[in-house]
Design a protein around this ligand. Structure first.
Ligand SMILES: O=C(O)c1ccccc1NCC(=O)[C@H](O)[C@H](O)COP(=O)(O)O
Length: 214
């Protein structure tokens, strides 16, 4: 039986130092947040710098929340992402429209708290990758990156082909999460930070080491 390597995405990078550490540690994807209320938000000038640094070294993922086309145009122009991550309340139709407009693979985040939330994901067949994350509170100011996990058992026997697990992962719990879910890819933000919004190169390396040790 072929055992595929688990892919790792480090999300919410905002400095050259931590992007460099992420590439050196062997991550597959680097996520950049474009959402002004987030402590990880980057402006277009920073996106241009980090996008060039990452080019041909790691896949660049632009994360947005219910962004309009004009905003996405600017982000795509600045970062030149390899993928778009839609982390808001985008409908399946909106996901298809964004994919068609930018001709880029799309990751759609699905907030999970109940089996019904997992079932809801089947509507997003048009997305290239489904990212299962802890469901934010309806009134949350920032709908992700909160370091909160959910019941991984909800993802046992999941039918989706391309999907990622996220929500409250860190170097200590990621092995257990992968044992339960057998996820083909994992995504982390808070679990590799020294304080909210500040990535820690040592924690990034430890997280990737923990995944690769499996
Ligand atoms: O990171 C943010 O600040 C953010 C803001 C708005 C929407 C999504 C956001 N982050 C998403 C992620 O970083 C991850 O994909 C996921 O939520 C896991 O985060 P964490 O639980 O902190 O590891």
């Amino acid at each position: 039986m072929t055992q595929h390597r688990t892919l790792v995405k480090i999300c919410g990078l905002s400095s050259p130092e931590t992007l460099r550490a992420t590439i050196a540690a062997g991550a597959d994807m680097a996520g950049f947040v474009f959402f002004e209320r987030s402590p990880r938000h980057i402006d277009l000038e920073t996106a241009r710098t980090l996008g060039l640094m990452a080019q041909d070294r790691i896949s660049r993922v632009a994360l947005t929340v219910d962004a309009r086309d004009a905003e996405l145009d600017e982000i795509v122009d600045a970062l030149a992402p390899d993928m778009l991550q839609l982390h808001g309340k985008e409908s399946p139709e909106r996901v298809a429209a964004v994919k068609a407009r930018f001709d880029l693979p799309v990751i759609k985040a699905i907030g999970v708290a109940t089996p019904e939330d997992v079932a809801r994901a089947s509507a997003y067949r048009g997305a290239d990758v489904l990212l299962f994350d802890a469901k934010p509170a309806p009134d949350a100011a920032v709908p992700g990156g909160a370091g909160v996990s959910f019941d991984w058992n909800l993802l046992r026997n999941i039918g989706a082909a391309n999907w990622m697990l996220s929500g409250g992962l860190d170097a200590e719990n990621v092995a257990g999460a992968l044992r339960v879910t057998k996820a083909p890819a994992v995504d982390v933000s808070s679990g590799v930070e020294r304080e909210r919004g500040v990535k820690d190169p040592a924690r990034i390396a430890d997280f990737i080491k923990a995944v690769r040790a499996l």
